[in-house]
Ligand binder design. Sequence first.
Ligand code: PLP
Length: 386
Amino acid sequence: MIYLDAAATTPVRREVIEAMFPFLTNQFGNPSSHHGLGEAAAEALAGARREAAEVLGCQPEELTFTSGGTEANNLAVKGIALARRASNSRRNRIVISSIEHPAVFESVEYLARVHGFVVEVVPVGPDATVDPAVFASVLGAGTDVALAAVMYANNEVGTVQDISVLAHIATSAAVPFHTDAVQGAGWLDLAVYELGVDSLALSGHKIGAPKGVGLLYLRGGVQCEPLVHGGGQERGLRSGTENVAFAIALATALGLVDADRQARVQHAETVREMFIAQVLDRVPGALLTGHRTRRLPSVASFCFPGTSGESVLLELERNDVICSSGSACAAGSDEPSMVLTAMGIERSVAQTALRFSFGADIMSETLEKACDELAAAVRRVQRLRS
Ligand code: PLP
């Protein structure tokens, strides 16, 4: 099988399983317990937080473990917006980009529907980039804005935003700035102080940790209402007995992908460029989506007019090549991707989209083989539809 859907999920790395295994078995204590077993679990959890903080270049207390990227985004978006408005009722606007993941998009939709916030959406250009000048003009003076959020790297087309510039604009207007960095982990710089963000969401299963664990960086001093109430774990921000094993898994995976990031990026960019060139050359009518260069090293996304993305995907799967038609979260619906239509791509073309995403261990020969299969699959589907 040629697995080209790493942006949907990745297998758990062996080193990660080994690191978390003891905390699922003999070291099973509850970190809140006042005995040796509990204290050992608390110590291990603190160690995981320190390790993750090292990668993000922040203080361990600024990190909250969650059940995934979705929860980390929900907590930041809802928690910060609600806290900011509670301290000043004029702050009723939320500004987001038009290509956010549903974890952010649906959170602000909820805030509008249930809490009466006004949501303003910053459009993106045809390559899915947010123009800082447009972002600044939507933000305005910022005095009535509770929160701004722009994702670091897009999950469907891989476009990477100039997050430090956008964060600086928001900070200058005294508006807290959140970024969804779920797809950026392992590829992009996550040094949060340098990025200048107030909060940043990560997910474990995109980088070799299990599904069901995530992380939220929340800059010290930024007010955030908890969404889950109970025993006051995670400094009161996220109650519930901590998942020590998964926190260790996430911290281990984050450390591993950070350790060889430069080499991984260099290799992935080289093979991605080769793959893009081959696809554009060999697949009739192929259109690259997303920014030509400011994109994740691991993502190549295209539209193949005259096909249907789902049909090509099934053809490829029949030939052992696994990819995605748009994002996994949106899969199963006939609606064209909101991200592609927000980029100005016509609905009928957006319905032909496929995303190929891979890990750093991908070989150029593997992608060559995938390109052979893709060219054949597109030809078959085009023939059937003509
Ligand atoms: N944000 C982005 C950009 C994603 O790609 C995903 C997952 O696909 C998420 C958030 C959600 O993360 P999780 O699956 O850990 O809830």
